[in-house]
Ligand binder design. Structure first.
Ligand SMILES: Cc1ncc(COP(=O)(O)O)c(C=O)c1O
Length: 395
């Protein structure tokens, strides 16, 4: 109990908390613009950024009100769709990368389709290049949701740079963090004009000096250690790792102090991504040594930024056992169920859509392994042993 690894996290210094400063004086918006292009809108969360793009798209095309999203993804995505007054059309995912399957996207498109939101879970690029071509052909907005994949790329194009707009999240446990925060990078000129008005008028500026936020960051820094993480991990009101569907989230601009923190952390992004990918490669080697089959293959042209290392197990009972045994090693599940099975979302789903069997299977069998800077070789061996002791077949 007194040694407990967090499932995810990112390193930061005391200076980052109490006197954030960048070396190159670039703003967070400039850093993101230079990476993925477009006009930056820096927000208090990733879902606020997604909402901004969706509401702008709906104002541009008010006769189209459906948004295609993966049936297995972060529940913030349907929350943003519903907040924008739109309907959710869930589509099944690709077992190899957990993103939308292009052929299913194409068959789900109809005269009401406003936009497609493509997510890349765990920093693994999906087939967004093909989806971009489909959306262009059907004249539909494409949002490249890189909330979990800042630093990853496909065919040398950074995730977040595909389609009409990209979003990022800087929440706790993301690729880089400002504790809470997000960004929309909009490349479609007509959406930029609409979004500027909404951002100006409807997104108030969050308080710049937030002593409670600073204390939380300091607490996060101190408690993010294998010897102390059991404390927050056993406080249910902190809701660590809990995913909620809640369309009543706040929309604000990110305050200047947090923007500086974001820009400061952006300078460390390459190193953070490199270190995470090294850990993912080490897991791969260990699993191969143990003759496990079925660890997902990295597709040609795909350059991930492993926020976590995902594995789908052979069956749900093994998963329950491994999650219980591996909790103190940072082994965790992700979302409790598919998007289409969220009860409160039912009134906002389109009336008919095909069953999403892969999404269901992933929701029942997926576990994720930590890839952050605290993980040692011994941790990785222990983690792989826990999974082996479940006598599982990886699918
Ligand atoms: C794929 C995806 N999209 C959007 C979001 C929303 O980001 P935020 O938590 O900053 O609102 C998340 C958050 O985890 C996410 O994983």
């Amino acid at each position: 109990m007194f040694s407990s690894l967090p499932p995810t996290g990112v390193p930061f210094s005391w200076k980052y908390i109490f006197s954030p400063k960048t070396h190159n004086k670039m703003s967070l918006g400039d850093c993101l613009r230079s990476l993925v292009g477009g006009e930056p809108f820096i927000t208090c969360s990733g879902k606020a950024a997604l909402y901004l793009i969706l509401i702008s798209a709906f104002l541009k095309e008010p006769l189209r009100n459906e948004v295609i999203i993966p049936d297995y993804t972060c529940w913030s995505v349907p929350s943003a769709v519903v907040k924008a007054g739109l309907k959710v059309r869930p589509v099944d995912i690709d077992m190899d990368n957990f993103g939308l399957l292009p052929e299913l996207v194409e068959s789900a498109i109809n005269k009401n389709t406003l936009a497609v939101v493509m997510t890349h879970l765990f920093g693994i690029p999906g087939q967004i290049d093909i989806i971009e071509e489909i959306c262009r052909r059907h004249n539909i907005f494409l949002i490249d949701d890189a909330a979990q994949s800042l630093g990853a790329s496909l065919n040398s194009r950074p995730l977040g740079s595909f389609g009409d707009a990209g979003i990022f999240s800087f929440g706790r446990g993301k690729n880089i963090t400002t504790q809470n925060g997000g960004a929309a990078l909009i490349r479609n000129d007509s959406l930029i004009e609409i979004a500027k008005g909404i951002y100006q008028n409807d997104f108030p500026m969050a308080a710049n000096f937030n002593p409670i936020g600073d204390i939380m960051l300091a607490a996060y820094k101190i408690l993010f250690s294998r010897y102390l993480y059991w404390i927050p991990n056993n406080l249910p009101f902190l809701k660590l790792g809990v995913t909620e569907y809640n369309p009543n989230f706040c929309i604000e601009k990110m305050p200047p102090r947090n923007r500086i923190r974001g820009a400061m952390m952006f300078e460390w992004l390459d190193k953070i991504t490199h270190d995470r990918n090294e850990i993912a490669s080490a897991y791969r080697e260990l699993f191969e040594k143990n003759r496990f089959k079925g660890i997902s293959i990295i597709q040609d042209g795909s350059s991930p930024a492993y926020l976590r290392f995902p594995i789908c197990l052979g069956n749900k009972n093994n998963r329950r056992y491994i999650l219980k045994k591996g909790r103190d090693f940072g082994i965790s599940s992700m979302y409790p169920n598919t998007v289409s099975s969220i009860d409160c979302l039912k009134p906002y789903l389109v009336s008919e859509f095909p069953q999403c069997l892969t999404a269901k299977r992933v929701s029942e069998t997926l576990i994720t392994l930590p890839t952050h800077y605290c993980i040692t070789n011994i941790d990785m061996e222990n983690i792989v042993n826990i999974i082996s002791s479940g006598k599982i077949n990886l699918c």
